[in-house]
Ligand binder design. Structure first.
Ligand code: ADP
Ligand code: MG
Length: 406
């Protein structure tokens, strides 16, 4: 199979150029939209018949991610395959890669799936830009638990695998709590990270092509509430310039070091170390587009999903241009419940009457607290008006996190 895969083309067997994605969540859905806009057919592999991406795709293969027949079907339909969540089995990507270009590759995804490997990779690559991980210890055995240095406490115990949106994490104050927490996590491999005094959080999204070329977006300023992203703000001055530059350099080196192909998001902490800007610490990476990059669909000429399509298909990777300051507000299932916990319809009429608002809902049938249901992007001619509207929208929908913006 040769690259590039041109949109709208037909292969020797008469099959239209089709791009595939492992996973059918909202990220897959927005990928499908971007691929279809360019003229590609799409195929989604996700066991859920109601999956947000499966419902809008030309093909929806409803099998588990490791089902040999499902993977065979995906490979036969698609000219190239990508992924929309990091917990897709690396073996499945490996199997697909035997016959199709797969971006990102199994080896890159495997690193992002395991915090222990991820931190080792960061130490080897981000260090080039002078950016380190939070101090941590690996805990896989009782002996390692007993040997944890006291200065890592208070800390956060995180499972090495399968954590997301703050799940699989326990805050611990001392050794006794750490032992209880590890037992509570059934003694699976974990890392204990020192609890750092955060000034802020940010992320950088890049796309790297098969030829090693890298483009990407300006660093995103992120506000998390309860371990879940609540607000992303991107405009001039959202971050000190020196920090932005270092975050970019570190992200580039993290991507290049493993020959990454596709869209990659790296999350950082800005730690209060007494300096004016604070110190940059690399937290984790996502081998796919990221929630903090959703604003790019409305505020940039090329979105993170466009770059995902371009990268996997071997098309040129344009340098995106952000044309408007933007704030993104995440819409969790909580928005569909009132203060008394009773279900209610969000006041979209009032929100959409505000200038510069763009509503994205992911087509999920059931709203549950903490579930990502959609997001709202606010763009405008200047930062002040974007902030004003974002505050108004957050108030109407009772959304948290806007108070963290200056
Ligand atoms: P997830 O995979 O769930 O996104 P993260 O490691 O990114 O896990 O943690 C979620 C959030 O918890 C972070 O965005 C940050 O707000 C907070 N957090 C995580 N680790 C630390 C730490 N070492 N010190 C302080 N806050 C942390
Ligand atoms: Mg995170």
């Amino acid at each position: 199979m040769s690259l590039p895969i041109f949109p709208g083309s037909v292969d020797a067997a008469g099959q239209p150029a089709t791009l595939g994605v492992m996973g059918g969540g909202q990220l897959g859905r927005m990928f499908v939209h971007a691929a279809q806009r360019l003229g590609y057919f799409t195929a989604v592999l996700d066991p859920d018949p109601q999956s947000p991406a499966g419902r809008v795709s030309h093909h929806h293969i409803q099998t588990s991610y490791s089902d040999a027949n499902g993977l065979k079907q995906l490979a036969s339909l698609c000219a190239a395959v990508t992924t929309e969540f990091e917990n897709v089995p690396a073996d499945a990507l490996q199997a697909l890669a035997a016959s199709r270009p797969v971006a990102p590759g199994a080896a890159s995804v495997a690193i992002a799936q395991n915090r222990i490997e991820e931190k080792a990779h960061f130490t080897a690559s981000a260090g080039v830009a002078g950016v380190t991980c939070a101090p941590y210890a690996v805990i896989e055995t009782p002996a390692q638990l007993a040997a944890v240095p006291a200065d890592l406490l208070p800390g956060i115990l995180k499972t090495a695998r399968m954590g997301y949106d703050g799940k699989g994490q326990v805050r611990v104050a001392d050794m006794a709590e750490l032992a209880v927490a590890w037992a509570g996590l059934k003694g699976v491999p974990c890392v204990l990270e020192k609890l750092l005094p955060l000034k802020a959080e940010c992320s950088v999204i890049v796309a790297r092509g098969w030829d090693g070329a890298i483009t990407g977006f300006a660093p995103q300023f992120n506000v998390h509430v309860g371990g879940i992203l609540a607000v992303t703000a991107v405009y001039e001055g959202n971050m000190p310039l020196a920090l932005s530059r270092r975050a970019w350099a570190a992200t580039k080196s993290i991507a290049s070091h493993i020959g990454y192909v596709g869209v990659l998001c790296v999350e950082f902490f800005v730690v209060d170390d007494g300096s004016a800007d604070g110190a940059l610490v690399v937290n984790e990476m996502a081998p796919r587009p990221h929630n903090s990059g959703h604003y790019t669909m409305d505020a940039c000429d090329v979105s993170q999903f466009d770059l995902q399509v371009h990268a996997m298909a071997g098309l040129p990777l344009p340098q995106p241009r952000q044309h408007s300051p933007a704030i993104m507000l995440n819409l969790l299932g909580d928005v569909w419940f009132d203060a008394a916990g009773q279900p209610h319809a969000p006041d979209w009429q009032a929100v959409l009457a505000l200038p510069g608002t763009r509503l994205h809902l992911y087509g999920k049938r059931e709203a549950r607290p903490g579930r990502k249901m959609g997001h709202l992007t606010i763009t405008g001619a200047d930062v002040a008006s974007v902030k004003t509207v974002a505050h108004q929208a957050a108030q109407i929908l009772s959304l948290p996190g806007m108070d963290a913006l200056e």
